[in-house]
Design a binder for this molecule. Sequence first.
Ligand code: NDP
Length: 330
Amino acid sequence: MEYQRLGKSGLHLSRLSFGSWVTFSFQVDDNPAAELMAKAYDAGVNFFDNAEVYAAGKSEEIMGRALGSLGWTRDSYCVSSKVYWGGDKPTQRGLSRKHIHDACHAAMKRLRVDYLDLYFCHRPDVETPIEETVRAMHDLIQQGKVLYWGTSEWNAQQITEAYSVARQFGLTPPTMEQPEYNMFNREKVEREFHPLYDLVGLGTTIWSPLASGVLTGKYRDGVPQGSRIDLEEYAWLKERLIDSPEGQANIEKARQLEKIADGAGMSLARMAVAWCMKNPNVSTVILGASKVSQLEENLKAVDDAAKLDDSMMNAIEEVLRNKPELPPRF
Ligand code: NDP
């Protein structure tokens, strides 16, 4: 495993980490979840990602029971949660001081830890002043309940504002952002955030490196049984990733990318994960897996990043830049 500092902080995270979105509770329960986490940890993974909204808290409960049974020392791994969607009542959502306070304590209880290493504002909240959110995060850090705080799917302007407010009032600024990043979604990480890497030392913990599995090539001949997009709760994902014209165009691109991966003797999944790791502004790539075999395969990407030489990167770029033929909208 390789390790890299989370932005300009002193925290060394594994370049590959492991998250539980969709999988924990909907696809795997306690035993396979602990098995997946053990597989990741044994391969050197030291960061496990979660959120209050994943399976409405059940995902954190499963991870908490796994952490309890696996018996790892608390100083050998990092665990995160994210705050924003806690429930239906007005006080149970958003980034108010109250919800951040309540959500942090509830997450620690579900995860069975007495502090969160990383804590993310899962989305921006336009109804809460940024100063209130920054102060609430700063206070949790002062209380020792959170070590590093950050954002997820905020834009560069919102992150800059949070940073400026923190600097103005002597509060702790955000350390990291959690954006989507994969071969099909690059704009934010490669362009929009570019000034922030130097300016504020932003770290990134990127999500969906395989675009929910499309970048494994598995959807070329339909939807395999047991896939996440087969789940009733995630029908919207099927619409976006498979049924839409963009989805179909991406499946075709995946088919072409698979040929490049074949030529280099690796699977498309490994090539797609390695491609994310090649970007030095990506602190850690959060993997998702519903089966141990998937995780084993994707962890091999650690050795593949060095194999992605210029000619391979150019060949990938050519496929990605090829504008898909989309049907007219009207
Ligand atoms: P990926 O894009 O890597 O998708 C993972 C899924 O792809 C797996 O669960 C599995 O789905 C399939 N898959 C993985 N490897 C293989 C393989 N080798 N062969 C075939 N299929 C494979 O990542 P996620 O979308 O899961 O995101 C990773 C993590 O990022 C999440 O767990 C979460 O922690 C975080 N995240 C954060 C978000 C945010 O807003 N901050 C949003 C989304 C994710 P299947 O079961 O269908 O086979």
